[in-house]
Design a protein around this ligand. Structure first.
Ligand SMILES: [Zn+2]
Length: 387
């Protein structure tokens, strides 16, 4: 074997060992050797190198299988940190996580829909505040991930955000210049699907769709355990499938798009006409006193969601649908209305099995997902660079 090949083998062995420690910690050197098929001296020398790089640490002693009890190895989740940002139409959520996705800091702010300079300012400010809370660590900030409700291309440029002109902010360059770390931009529903895959309800699922309903509607599609992004990265724009071919014009160019009926904005806008109060507060106040108009609106919300979900069930046969919407999460009667709509519009024999789950991560699904992207890229980079 020439020197380059030897270096490559070493690198691959080390990556394999780190992966196994992350997946199976706490784990002994002997067990690592057994799982990876690498001999004990190879495991031992690679483990020393990972210890020296502070990516793993030794902890307590495990169960003995006869002789001395072995020292156990763990992944150093505090070796670095990641920031995840969810820029919504009228809100921003920022999380700071360690390398296992544990939340160290979590901040939210309401935003004016139209005010792009204020959004830009809030972004810099909230990310800066999150970074200030970061404990000292060997690798510091691994990067910043940002997700937006709209089209993000493979070059991580925001191409089109129908409900708020976020594309006017050059997110990647702005953040790179300001914070000097790797920046990753992703679609909000895709990020949410990744969050659920890593930390939530989709962790053991091969196929699932994550449906995010806010001002618009987005879909994150998990296929064979991986995110399906389409050729250009634009998959999952289900909010812009037409459910009424003669319906009102949409900003996307189509008519009668699903999100013109089933988004929060579409369903609840009449409650906002005479007040400055935030939507979720108004909904809660009226729902708490069983306001008949609000209860009827919940029913309608469920109906419109159900009409679109049935199209998705018919198209993808996803098995599990994870629904993310703050109002649905609070009022189970909307879920009943969704299910009733789906079953009433499909012949029994034609309806595939599906499970409708409410996102357990809730509002932070997408910010967590985008911080996960940062962590994965950091680990890939780490494994690529080490010899
Ligand atoms: Zn549309």
């Amino acid at each position: 074997m020439n020197t380059a090949d030897q270096a490559l083998v070493k690198k691959m062995n080390k990556a394999l060992i780190l992966e196994q420690i992350i997946a199976n910690a706490p784990i002994s050197r002997a067990k690592l050797s057994e799982i990876t098929g690498l001999n004990k001296s190879t495991v031992s020398s690679q483990v020393s190198s990972l210890l020296q790089k502070e990516m793993i640490f030794e902890t307590g002693r495990g169960e003995s299988s006869g002789g001395r009890r072995p020292v156990m190895l763990k992944f150093n989740r505090k070796a670095g940190y990641a920031v995840g940002v969810d820029i919504g139409t009228n809100y921003m959520i920022v999380v700071l996580t360690d390398l296992e996705g544990n939340i160290i800091e979590h901040d939210e702010r309401d935003l004016d829909e139209e005010d792009i300079p204020a959004t830009e300012q809030a972004l810099i400010e909230l990310v800066g505040l999150a970074i200030e809370k970061m404990p000292p660590s060997p690798y510091g900030l691994a990067g910043i991930g940002v997700c937006v409700p709209g089209l993000v291309d493979n070059a991580q440029q925001v191409v089109f955000t129908p409900n708020k002109p976020i594309h006017l902010i050059d997110l990647k360059n702005l953040l790179e210049e300001k914070f000097n770390v790797p920046i990753f931009i992703e679609n909000e529903a895709n990020a949410g699907a990744l969050g659920e895959k890593e930390y939530g309800d989709a962790s053991h699922l091969e196929h699932a769709v994550f449906v995010s309903i806010n001002a618009g509607i987005g879909l994150g599609i998990l296929m064979n355990g991986k995110l399906f992004r389409g050729v250009e990265g634009f998959s999952g724009e289900a909010g812009h499938m037409s459910i009424d071919f003669n319906g009102p014009a949409c900003r996307c160019g189509n008519k009668g798009c699903w999100e013109l009926y089933a988004s929060e904005k579409a369903v609840f806008s009449s409650f906002l006409s005479n007040t400055e109060a935030p939507l979720h507060q108004i909904v809660k106040e009226l729902a708490d006193r069983d306001d008949p108009n609000m209860l009827k609106t919940f029913e309608t919300f469920g109906f419109y969601i159900g009409v679109g979900l049935l199209n998705i069930i018919k198209t993808l046969n996803p098995g599990t649908i994870i629904l993310r919407n703050t109002i649905v999460e609070s009022y189970p009667m909307i879920v009943d209305s969704i299910k009733k709509t789906i079953s009433s519009r499909s012949a029994k024999e034609a309806l595939t099995d599906y499970q409708l789950k409410i996102s357990s991560l809730g509002r932070i699904a997408s910010s967590l997902g985008v911080s996960r992207i940062v962590i994965e890229r950091f680990l890939e980079q780490f494994m690529n660079e080490m010899v």
